[in-house]
Design a protein around this ligand. Structure first.
Ligand SMILES: C[S@@+](CC[C@H](N)C(=O)[O-])C[C@H]1O[C@@H](n2cnc3c(N)ncnc32)[C@H](O)[C@@H]1O
Length: 396
């Protein structure tokens, strides 16, 4: 087995619980390494640190799977870890039919994401090493949760391309099924695995449900970046009189319309396909106001180097969103950029509020991703979602 030797900083990080070795921390290698090979990781002085999947073509040189020299990386190991990950969601967190079953390194399964929607599991693999175990993983998912009849592979996106893996989207194992209806709080959603990500943004589940209690009959609500109607449907089923939902994806809006029908709220909903920036600008010009505005944009900062530009985009969206909130209304604002931490996000919203002449009170404790996307204390990479609920007043 090839060996990878790392510097003191990388070794310290692993000692504290990190499961990723960045290329920058590698001092030398021994033996030939192809993408996906299992390698051993050592300190510069030769102390064993762990074993994992290597990819010499990626910025992440090794994704550790185990720190135990006697544990073999094989089908049995993945079967056991998937079983445990599923059990954690069901027994500890109390999830039932729709939840993230596996969240990569947080479940000691680097490069693997599995979302369960009733009888369908939608998986995404983003490491060359995990790719080699794809069929074993699919079988293990069905074994861990006998109600699952279909394993769909949603292997598309940037992370795949970065690892040099082909993009595929198809049923990998079991019945040919792409769609199912899930229940979430008071709302129901059609999930189509062929949509964005694994088909649905489960990470905002608790935040969407938290919105329900703020919605009162007669309210006017705006959901920007709605995808398939996420927050908007919750607002409508909770009694809002009028809900406007915006997304640039026609496919997403088509599905949002279907979701409105499914919930019997289509008459109180309006859908707009368009760029959020332009749509909000036009609304401001027309003098429109809403009791609640929700902003859940895509990750504007994909890489550290894009931080400044991305923060500007968050600022612009939030500045516009704040101008659309009525006096004494509510703003729900989120960021799923891992590189924008809570402090940066808070600084951005403070600046946007100052420019808009608004005074913000935090309504909810700081909110983050749903607990089926566990945050590993030692790994900053596992913590990415921020969602803040504000009461908005004119600054006096
Ligand atoms: C994080 S998702 C929103 C998830 C949604 N809030 C939910 O609960 O399911 C971001 C959405 O923003 C949309 N989007 C990306 N850029 C946009 C833009 N410039 N204007 C409008 N929508 C955009 C994407 O199509 C995607 O549906």
């Amino acid at each position: 087995m090839a060996k990878v030797f790392v510097d003191a900083q990388a070794a310290r990080a692993i000692g504290k619980g990190a499961m990723i070795v960045f290329k920058a921390g590698v001092v030398r290698t021994e033996g030939s390494i192809r993408p996906g090979d299992v390698v051993e990781v050592y300190t510069r002085a030769g102390r064993f640190l762990g074993k994992g999947f290597a990819n010499p073509n990626s910025n992440i040189m090794v994704r550790l799977v185990t720190k135990d020299p006697d544990t073999d990386i094989n089908k049995e190991l993945f079967r056991e870890r998937i079983r445990k990950a599923n059990e954690y969601r069901k027994k500890v967190l109390g999830y039932d039919k729709a939840y993230r079953m596996v969240y990569g390194e947080a479940d000691y399964l680097p490069g693997l994401i599995v979302d369960r929607f009733n009888e369908i599991a939608s998986l995404q693999i983003s490491s060359a090493g995990m790719e080699r175990f794809k069929m074993d993983v699919a079988e293990a998912i069905m074994e861990a949760e006998p109600e699952i009849e279909t394993v769909f592979e949603k292997n598309t996106g940037r992370a795949r391309r970065r690892e040099g893996l082909p993009e595929v989207e198809r049923v990998l194992l079991g019945k040919k099924k792409y769609r199912t209806v899930i229940k979430e709080g008071r709302a129901r959603f059609i999930v189509d695995m062929r949509g964005q990500k694994t088909g649905f943004f489960l990470d905002q589940r608790e935040n969407r449900i938290a919105l329900e209690k703020y919605v009162k009959p007669g309210m006017r609500v705006l959901d920007v970046f709605t995808y398939t109607g996420g927050f908007a449907i919750h607002a409508a089923v909770s009694g809002a009189e009028e809900v406007v939902a915006v997304d640039k994806s026609p496919k997403a809006i088509e599905m949002a319309r279907e979701n409105a029908k499914l919930n019997g709220v289509e008459e109180r909903m309006e859908f707009i396909v368009g760029s959020a920036f332009q749509v909000m600008e036009d609304m401001i010009k027309r003098g429109e106001k809403f009791d609640i505005v929700i902003l859940d944009p895509p990750a504007f900062v994909q890489h550290e180097k894009d931080l400044k530009r991305g923060l500007r985009a968050y600022f612009n969206v939030n500045y516009s969103g704040l101008r659309l909130v009525k006096e004494g209304g509510i703003l729900v604002t989120a960021s799923c950029s891992q590189h924008v931490d809570m402090q940066l996000f808070k600084d951005m919203i403070i600046a946007a509020a100052a420019k808009a002449g608004k005074f913000l009170k935090l309504l909810e404790p700081y909110r983050t991703q749903a607990p089926d996307h566990p945050i590993l204390m030692a790994s900053k990479d596992t913590e990415y979602l921020k969602a803040l609920f504000f009461y908005v007043e004119e600054a006096k």
